[in-house]
Ligand binder design. Structure first.
Ligand SMILES: Nc1nc2c(c(=O)[nH]1)N[C@H]1C(S)=C(S)[C@@H](COP(=O)(O)OP(=O)(O)OC[C@H]3O[C@@H](n4cnc5c(=O)[nH]c(N)nc54)[C@H](O)[C@@H]3O)O[C@H]1N2
Ligand SMILES: Nc1nc2c(c(=O)[nH]1)N[C@H]1C(S)=C(S)[C@@H](COP(=O)(O)OP(=O)(O)OC[C@H]3O[C@@H](n4cnc5c(=O)[nH]c(N)nc54)[C@H](O)[C@@H]3O)O[C@H]1N2
Ligand SMILES: [Mo]
Length: 758
């Protein structure tokens, strides 16, 4: 069987390709963002809105989870943050007339870009069974439909409640409360596709599923690794932090198959000197690694450190730390000493000299931080790879002291906070005890479904109601055709959304669109809170007039549904929560560790830091109370003859499934997205040339999958690897191709062949 992506946007006539850029975030960055904003918002609204991004009395940028420093500049946003704001603050509107004019089937035929460009959703819409149009519905009736379908289920586990990572702490807390009060832990979230591998590896080895560094640590590190991450596009404000670290004397090592613009040179738009010239060189060393080579790299670095220790005992390994705070060292060291260099070179594609020089950087550094994102988390052996990063840091005591530690760089602006609030299909017993104790009911104890398992359950007809708090489930998940068919089987799909997307077009028998406020918008006089990638909690207050008078904030949608579902609930004061976010925060303070005195502390400018045992006390709350060295076998991912390893990445003009525009400026692409970046030598070997059109075909035990008509771009990526954008390539990743332990789809290692279209 061959699965194909739907034949939309297959011809891209205006597509142009130029040379990739070597630097990021200078003048074009700033002017581009203002142009996008003008087009969507108009000039006055643009200035008013952008002036409030990430200010202490403003709203948290919905762009990414990178923290704000203590000394904020008046323009604490970046090009892509501005695009995220413009996308939400747009003056374009999707009205009931729009839905009357477009059949649902027709909407599914449009591109993600077109769908997003239609503007903000304005009122609740309902697709009754058998209908092919959405029609207006009142809020009361809409929530009634959801409650009716939930009550009709035989078992609460037949419902699935997804969350994307923009939901505030307050909304997330009441949402998971509703779900557990209803009786299930089916709370998959975007994390399952994102940093789940980081969470799994870090919880096991360090006892906390989050990073262990603050922004201050990054500024004062001696050596910073940026691995599997493209900050120039996805976390542009991180570049300022890296620049600052460099000014303080840090060296930066970039590890990536692609020479990403932001990693090489940086022009800081917030400093006068940043507006001219070639910018600051950022990475001191660029290791152009093969996809999935990182486990081998970190093992090799550790082995070189052990050799240096053997040559001069007591000078390299932090024995005091290893003895006092860790276990498993001996076994790990023996395994690491036995590493086979030939395998390292095969896996990484790096020559031994480059790895040895990097090890010398490490030896010269007193404090080391490793930052990473999706390049490490979306492979079959991602959890093992991240555990190797931890081993490498533990060896020299680079955890739990200033300037050192692990730094998984989160994606969605509140994805970390949502997890802290209990959006998790595998909640700990301690969390459930606290929740049940506070509200006086017994939450379900058995684990729920994660993202991939939820799709399987929908496919099998075992899950019948699908509720999404934000996001774009159908487009963000793998195996597009399988997933779409699974969602279409649902009795009811419900999307709480700000903007139109594919998940509204590919829906269940009955479907609801519940439009909600975004971060930028006024929520009466209330504020919400978020947690950034480094565990800082702070307030976010929108100021813009809501896109429509018929929008409800997420908290009110959840509480409204709970009141429909539970009537006069003896356990939870939903009515009070609906209006009073302070009341929600008081409960959070009693249930979630670290939030004591939440209401008072979050009102302090800049908010507060959550406790972090490894960072604050060098304490590791693992099963043994010690940080853990783990043995992770090196299995070289060998790609069969004639095939390439494909990674699926973001362009500079997209936010996950939201397509801002059709350009990828730093990589030299304009007016199109169906492109595949391939090393020129790999092209020559296959008799292919830059500019040709190919289909991407992945091969799996259950058949082939094909994404059609991509323009080949000869590009300086690592040999044997190629790259293309998602969501277009999600059709190539089977549902069952997931990372061990974390169950994250393997979106960064897909074996493909490039074939000329028939
Ligand atoms: N503007 C914008 N900002 C965003 C997002 C967005 O879509 N747009 N998305 C947000 C979200 S949810 C997230 S999770 C983050 C994502 O942030 P990133 O992780 O930066 O996003 P990707 O585009 O997936 O880029 C992956 C990077 O890892 C590299 N890479 C891939 N595989 C490997 C590997 O095996 N080894 C190594 N060493 N490198 C590898 C790729 O070449 C690429 O540079 O960004 C967040 N911020
Ligand atoms: N092949 C491949 N697939 C991937 C990835 C990859 O690298 N490669 N990355 C994965 C990652 S890291 C992630 S995080 C997921 C992302 O998966 P999701 O989080 O599900 O997807 P998004 O595209 O971020 O969701 C966009 C939608 O969110 C809604 N929205 C925006 N703001 C708000 C808000 O404030 N409230 C509400 N209720 N709705 C809002 C809008 O309607 C918008 O259309 O995708 C994953 N999929
Ligand atoms: Mo993400």
């Amino acid at each position: 069987m061959v699965r194909k992506a739907p034949k939309k946007d297959v011809t891209e006539e205006g597509l142009e390709v130029g040379p990739p850029k070597e630097w990021a975030a200078g003048i074009p960055g700033v002017t581009r963002s203002l142009l996008t904003s003008y087009a969507q918002m108009g000039a006055g609204r643009t200035l008013l809105t952008l002036a409030r991004v990430n200010q202490k009395d403003g709203f948290d940028c919905p762009g990414c989870a990178w923290p704000e420093g203590d000394h904020r500049s008046p323009a604490e946003f970046c090009e892509n943050g501005a695009k995220a704001v413009a996308e939400e603050a747009t003056t374009r509107r999707v009205t009931r007339d729009f839905f009357a004019a477009h059949r649902i089937g027709d909407l599914a035929g449009h591109t993600d870009y077109w769908l997003g460009q239609q503007g903000r959703l304005t009122e609740p819409m309902y697709k009754p069974e058998g209908a092919d149009h959405y029609e207006p519905i009142t809020w009361e009736r809409a929530l009634g439909v959801v409650a009716e379908e939930l009550r009709a289920l035989d078992d609460p586990d037949e419902a699935v409640f997804y969350t994307s990572g923009r939901t505030s702490n307050e909304a997330a807390f009441v949402y998971q409360l509703l779900v557990r009060r209803f009786g299930t832990n089916n709370l998959p979230d975007c994390s399952n596709m994102c940093h789940e591998s980081s969470g799994s590896a870090l919880t096991q080895t360090l006892g906390i599923g989050k990073g262990t560094v603050s922004l201050e640590d990054l500024h004062r590190a001696d050596l910073v690794f940026v691995v599997g991450q493209n900050p120039g596009t996805n976390h542009p404000r991180m570049l300022s932090a890296l620049e600052r670290a460099k000014r303080n004397g840090a060296r930066i090592v970039a590890v990536n198959p692609l020479p990403e613009a932001g990693l090489l040179r940086f022009k800081n738009p917030q400093r006068p000197s940043g507006l001219a010239g070639r910018g600051t060189p950022l990475a001191d060393r660029f290791l152009q690694i093969r996809l999935n080579g990182d486990l081998a790299l970190f093992k090799a670095l550790s082995r070189l450190l052990l050799e240096a220790e053997d040559a001069a005992p007591g000078t390299v390994v932090d024995h005091a730390f290893v003895q006092e705070h860790t276990h498993g060292y001996e076994e790990w060291a023996a395994d690491t000493r036995a590493l086979d260099w030939a395998e390292v070179e095969e896996a990484t594609g790096l020559d031994r000299g480059a790895v040895e020089e990097t090890a010398r950087d490490v030896l010269a550094a007193k404090s080391v931080i490793v930052c990473w994102a999706m390049g490490l988390t979306q492979h079959r052996n991602s959890v093992a790879t991240i555990r190797e990063v931890v081993n490498f840091l533990l060896l020299r005591g680079n955890v739990g002291r200033p300037g050192a530690g692990v730094c998984p760089v989160r994606g969605h602006s509140n994805v970390q906070g949502d997890r802290t609030m209990g959006i998790y299909e595998k909640p700990s017993a301690a969390f459930l005890d606290a929740l049940g104790g506070e509200f006086g009911f017994e939450p379900p104890r058995h684990h729920g479904l994660d993202t991939v398992e939820a799709i399987r359950a929908l496919r099998a007809g075992q899950a019948k109601v699908f509720f999404a708090m934000g996001g774009n489930f159908v487009a963000a998940t793998p195996d597009t055709e399988v997933t779409e068919a699974a969602l279409r089987r649902a009795r009811l799909t419900v999307q709480v959304s700000t903007k139109l997307n594919r998940s509204h077009a590919v829906c269940g028998e009955r479907a609801l669109i519940l439009p909600t406020l975004g971060r930028t918008e006024r929520d009466r006089d209330r504020f919400v809170t978020v947690e950034d990638s480094m565990g800082m909690v702070h307030a976010s207050r929108g100021r813009l007039r809501p896109a429509s008078p018929d929008l409800l904030p997420e908290v009110e949608i959840v509480c409204g549904l709970a009141r429909e579902l539970f009537g006069d609930d003896p356990y939870v004061p939903w009515k009070e929560f609906e209006t009073d976010y302070d009341a929600i925060r008081d409960r959070i303070a009693r249930v979630v560790p670290g939030f004591d005195d939440f209401n008072a502390r979050v009102r302090a400018p800049g908010g507060f830091a959550l406790p972090n045992a490894p960072r604050d006390e060098r304490r590791f709350p693992t099963a043994t109370g010690l940080a853990t060295f783990t043995v992770n076998p090196l299995e070289v991912l060998r790609v069969p003859e004639g095939r390439l390893l494909l990674q699926t990445v973001r362009s500079h003009d997209q936010y996950n499934t939201t397509i801002y525009g059709m350009d990828d400026r730093y990589r030299g692409v304009s007016n199109g997205r169906r492109v595949v970046f391939v090393n020129p030598d790999d092209l020559a070997e296959r008799g292919l040339a830059d500019g040709e059109t190919v289909d991407l075909v992945s091969e799996w035990p259950d058949g082939e999958r094909r994404a059609e008509r991509f323009r080949v771009i000869a590009y300086p990526t690592a040999r044997g690897c190629c790259a293309a954008y998602f969501p277009e390539t999600n059709v190539l990743v089977p549902l069952d191709s997931v990372a061990e332990t974390s169950n994250t789809p393997t979106s960064k290692s897909v074996v493909v062949r490039l074939v000329r279209p028939e």
